[in-house]
Design a protein around this ligand. Structure first.
Ligand SMILES: *Cc1c(COP(=O)(O)O)cnc(C)c1O
Length: 390
């Protein structure tokens, strides 16, 4: 198969050293080497979440982590306010509904971030505190939108509802201060910003929410966070962990630390801006609203008259550039381009060049080189940013 460059929003391109780490021989998951590794992982994840509390690693994808957050935190019949701004936010609401929670939805127009004022008004109207919990998305991968979590936190703190945050595609991409902002359970996964293979969920649990988890009658077994915490104290997991995924994340977090969080934030932000600017120079409009742009995924409208599926197929098969399309009702309407993973500025310029080639093939009247030139100007205006840890 020809070489492919992944611009999908997870799983992303993984560094050679991370792949090599995943290939190490198995170790005893009840032995000292595993315990030391788990300790190292938690130590390095805490500052990224902005917590001094527990970070529990579960053997599942990000969605499993979100299900764990829901079943441990809420009971059947409890009223929750879901605040989806896209597909993944609706999935989190569906998890809660599936487990018998009474979920009300605060709607937001596609492409927009959650309006903290609208949330404040809804929560203010809940004078009798019937709403037990609020379901939030930090970064909505389906629309390329990042929410203002500091502003949202101020509103949820005031009300006092328990908060679950899906930070799967945004944790590590911008500042997050879980403890200071007062979020209760925050979930992420390795195959997005951390550029490791999938297979784990990292679930941070605020110290203030454990009592609720202990009393919660919701049935759960594999995803019981109390069991996970009990075993974590011995440097273990209740069930066999995906040891290879641990090895890979260990190396990936080393790389993240060597580059430095701020440099990663800056790199993602710059790549996202270069892609947006490049696409706009080709007459392609950006789906997310100004002020709501995500640093990890750019969503752009498919030009009129263009078959999105055909364009994506041509880019993948003819040019080795793998992008995502839209999900659910946005299928065929948008393209999504991720910035995460081991991507260089040259990769970004190459992807824009490939998009130009395909648009020209399709007879779209663009000026050849306009997208690449616009992105290049963004890169030239920035201070040099390391594209990887080397
Ligand atoms: C990728 C993603 C998920 C789902 O994670 P899986 O690992 O595929 O289960 C959930 N939420 C968001 C915002 C995501 O981007």
């Amino acid at each position: 198969m020809r070489k492919q460059i992944l611009f999908i929003p997870g799983p992303v391109t993984v560094a050679e050293s991370v792949l090599a780490a995943a290939g190490q021989a198995m170790i005893d998951h009840r032995g000292p080497q595993f315990a030391a590794m788990q300790g190292r992982l938690v130590e390095r994840l805490r500052p990224i979440f902005g917590t001094t509390g527990d970070v529990v690693l579960l053997g599942c994808s990000g969605t499993g982590g979100l299900e764990a957050a829901v079943v441990n935190t809420f009971a059947p019949g409890e009223r929750l306010l879901a605040c989806p701004v896209g597909f993944f936010g609706r999935r989190l609401a569906a998890i809660a509904q599936t487990h018998g929670c009474e979920v009300e939805t605060l709607e937001t127009a596609p492409g927009y971030a959650l309006d903290p004022q609208a949330l404040a008004e809804r929560l203010k109207a809940d004078a009798s505190r019937r709403i037990a919990g609020v379901l939030l998305t930090q970064n909505e991968t389906s629309t390329g939108v990042q929410n203002d979590m500091a502003a949202i936190a101020a509103v949820t703190r005031e009300h006092g509802a328990v908060t679950i945050v899906d930070a799967v595609s945004g944790m590590g991409a911008s500042e997050f201060r879980m403890d200071e902002w007062g979020f209760d359970v925050v979930v992420t996964a390795p195959q997005k910003v951390f550029a490791a293979p999938p297979g784990l969920a990292m679930v941070a649990v605020g110290a203030q929410v454990w009592q609720r988890i202990e009393r919660n009658p919701m049935p759960r077994f594999y995803f019981d966070l109390l069991k996970a915490r009990e075993f974590a104290r011995q440097g273990q997991t209740p069930w066999t962990p995906p040891v290879s995924a641990y090895f890979a994340l260990d190396e990936a977090l080393d790389r993240y630390g060597r580059v430095g969080a701020r440099h990663v934030w800056m790199r993602l932000e710059t790549y996202a801006r270069a892609i947006r600017t490049g696409l706009e120079a080709l007459g392609i409009s950006i789906f997310s609203q100004p002020g709501a742009h995500s640093p990890t995924v750019v969503a752009a409208r498919v030009p009129d008259g263009i078959d999105a599926g055909g364009l994506l197929r041509a880019l993948r098969e003819e040019r080795g550039i793998v992008l995502s399309g839209g999900q659910a009702e946005l299928k065929g309407k948008i393209l999504r381009i991720g910035t995460m993973g081991e991507l260089s500025q040259a990769d970004v310029l190459g992807a824009l060049g490939a998009i130009e080639c395909e648009l020209l093939e399709l007879g779209v009247p663009i000026r050849a080189g306009a997208g690449v030139a616009a992105a290049l100007r963004v890169f030239r205006a920035e201070a040099p940013v390391p594209s990887d840890a080397g």
